[in-house]
Structure formats: C-alpha cells, structure tokens
Design a binder for this molecule. Structure first.
Ligand SMILES: Cc1ncc(COP(=O)(O)O)c(C=O)c1O
Length: 386
C-alpha cells in the first residue's frame, strides 16, 4: 500500500542539508577522517554537579511519575530567580513561566496555539529553519524577512513594516543569532516591542544562545518596555550548560500566550521528566559560574579561529556571542558546492549558508563545538580550500 502523506508535510521545503549528510556518511564509510564543524551541539560534557543532581533525583521514585504540564513549581521559581538576577525582570512563576522539552519543542508548538490557516508568520532569513517548518506544519504561511551584514543582521523597522501584512500574527526573532552570531541591543527590542503593540503582532524571541557570550551581557527581549504585553522569550539549557541531549528549556513572558501554549502541549506531550527539571534547578541556581566557564572556552576558540581565518583573508562577521562563525565566501560562490568540495577534498564539514534561507547564500557557518585541536586542523583545511 502506498502511504499518502499529509499536504502540510508535502509543503515542507526540501531538507537542504540532506546532500551534506549523505556526503558525510560516504566519506566516513570510506574511512576518511572528517572534522565536523557543522553541528551546533557542544562537544563539552554537562558539568559534573548537574550530572550529580540528576543521579540523585533519578533515585527518588517521586520523579518517576508523569510530570505536570507546565513544569515543577520549584523549577519555575528557579527560572524566576535566575531571570531576575540575570536580566532584572520580574516574572510570575505561576502564569509567566512554562518548562519545555527543549526550546525547539515550544518554538515548534507555538504556531498551533496562535495561528489559523492562512495566517502569516514573519521569519528571519537567514534563520533557524524550525520557525518556517513549524509555521507550515500549523497551516500558516511563513514570510521571510531579510537580515543583512550591512545592518548587523538586525532587521530595520522599515523592513518589518514592509513584510507585515493584515494577516501577520507572529514574528520570530533570535539574538544572539544562529547562524550569524549577531547580537541585538536593548534599543532594538524596545523598538520592536512598541511596533508590535501598535500592529497587534506577537513576538516570539528565541534566546537559546543568551548565555553564550563574554561581555557585555546580552539583553533579554523582556527587558524592553511593554515586551510582556506582546511577546514571549524562549530559553534553553542546551547550549548554556552543554545539555542538548537532556531536552530542557523554558518559555517566559505573556501569560495568555503561555496558557495557549500549555493547552497545545497538554494534548501532545506530558511535560519534562521531573529528574531533569530537578537537575535543571541546580544548573540555574549555579548558572553564573557554570555558563561563564563554558562561554569562556568558546570565546578562546573564537579568538584563535577568527585570527587564522582573517589572516587568510576570510571575512567573519564580528561578534563575541554564540559558538558560530558566519563567514563570507568569495563573490559569486555557491555555498552548497563549497561545502560539498570541503567534505570531498578537504575532509572538513561546514554548513552552507543557503540552508538557513536564500539570504544565507554566499556564506558558510562554522560551529566551534569540537575539541580545540580539531577546530584548528579544520580551520587550516578551510583556509587551504580558499
Ligand atoms: C536558534 C536556536 N533555537 C533553538 C534551538 C533548539 O535548542 P533546544 O531545543 O536544544 O533547546 C536551537 C538549536 O540548535 C537553535 O539554534
């Protein structure tokens, strides 16, 4: 029997990284020693004190039962305390915080809570592909808006104004940004929050990389005046504490949006494993020290890698945030062919910029999530390929 797939699944754009995945697999089968600088998955292990907290929590049978849909009150209170200390923003743990099975889960469920068929969602180009795919899966229409190097990969308000139509209900933004590493100043969030209120558009700010920086601290969207009235912010423990496999994050902000999100989630998942939330509480209570230790490693790697790339004439977008390097290709180059050639001839994997949207063409992304030695060898191979 031929299985008929849903129209919405067929509407998903082709997976642009498939070709790269296949080439990677082929090279590995041929016994080539590939250096993979393409994946945003930290190579460093989760700090020991978090693992210990998990080990203790998992031995307690009370954590073995179904968790609550919106998260343990103690977890939400730990989020509130961390948020207040880090950003100076007050949150109500009851209505303004929801635990997530990783921030991707919440980012992807949000369109189901807010949108009807035909509603439009503004998504950054280049951007994290989940904003587009999740909108399509919810029968909404993603509308890309361009981010350019010239404006620091921040959309000018005129650009958002031009992209927003009468059916626009939601905008995804994300700073520090994947894939470009761009930061947003608080002034930008202030402008966006004021504009969104006039327009009646919800802002979903994805802050998955909020703790991967050195100095000065990156702001939260919720620090902007009136932000809670118009939006929510997604956070993740994945990159902050090297916990990608654990699947834990949270969403904070507008109580009505969060209530709707929990309504969707309660029909699909059953919350975050309590033992993981208990480990998450310990992580958040020790966030300052733990996240700084991790961010410092990326900063050191960035300094060395950027120095070498620049000395070879390769332009890297200047930033100290995230663990990505957004690099410009020579004029007229095609990012997919470049990434393919790197795997086949130089045994190093980077992400072609076009995989993040058409505005990503002409760029490639390096992820500093490999041991130091692998990164420096990988960077040498990239330099050779140039
Ligand atoms: C911009 C961005 N947002 C969200 C996520 C999802 O992270 P997680 O689901 O692990 O919290 C990622 C993961 O790479 C990301 O790059």
């Amino acid at each position: 029997m031929e299985i008929r797939l849903s129209e919405r699944l067929r509407k998903l754009p082709p997976y642009l990284f498939r070709e790269i995945d296949m080439l990677k697999q082929k090279a590995r089968q041929e016994g080539k020693s590939l250096i993979d600088l393409s994946i945003g998955d930290p190579d460093m292990p989760t700090p020991g004190f978090i693992v210990e907290a998990m080990a203790e929590a998992i031995r307690n049978p009370s954590t073995h039962r179904y968790p609550s849909y919106d998260g343990l009150m103690e977890f939400r209170e730990a989020v509130v305390q961390w948020y207040n200390e880090r950003f100076g923003v007050d949150l109500d743990p009851k209505n303004e915080v929801v635990a997530l099975i990783g921030s991707k889960e919440g980012i992807a469920h949000l369109p189901f809570a807010l949108l009807d068929p035909g509603d439009e969602v503004l998504v950054p180009d280049p951007g994290y592909p989940v904003y587009t795919q999740a909108s399509i899966l919810a029968d909404a229409t993603p509308k890309p808006f361009p981010l350019t190097w010239e404006y620091g990969f921040l959309p000018k308000m005129e650009v958002l104004e031009a992209a927003a139509g009468p059916k626009t209900r939601l905008i995804y933004l994300s700073y520090p940004n994947n894939p470009t590493a761009a930061r947003a100043p608080l002034g930008f969030f202030e402008e966006v929050a004021a504009w969104a209120k006039v327009k009646g558009i919800v802002i979903a700010h994805d802050a998955a990389y909020s703790e991967v920086f050195l100095d000065p601290p990156t702001p939260s969207f919720l620090q902007a005046y009136g932000a809670k009235e118009v939006g929510v912010e997604f956070h993740s423990l994945s990159k902050t504490f090297s916990m990608t496999g654990w699947r834990v994050g949270f969403c904070v902000g507008n109580a009505s949006v969060l209530k709707a999100l929990v309504q969707v989630k309660s029909n699909i998942d059953s919350g975050v494993f309590e033992a993981i939330q208990r480990a998450g509480i310990v992580a958040l209570r020790n966030a300052k020290h733990a996240s700084l230790a991790i961010a410092s490693v990326y900063a050191q790697r960035r300094k060395q890698a950027v120095g070498r790339l620049k000395s070879a004439g390769i332009e890297v977008f200047p930033s100290d945030a995230t663990f990505y390097l957004w690099c410009r290709l020579p004029k007229g180059s095609d990012s997919r062919s470049f990434a393919k050639r790197l795997i086949e001839e130089n045994q190093v994997v980077v992400t072609p910029g076009v995989g993040f949207g058409s505005m990503g063409e002409g760029f490639f992304r390096i992820s500093l999530t490999a041991p130091d030695e692998a990164i420096s060898t990988g960077i040498e191979r990239i330099v050779q390929a140039f």
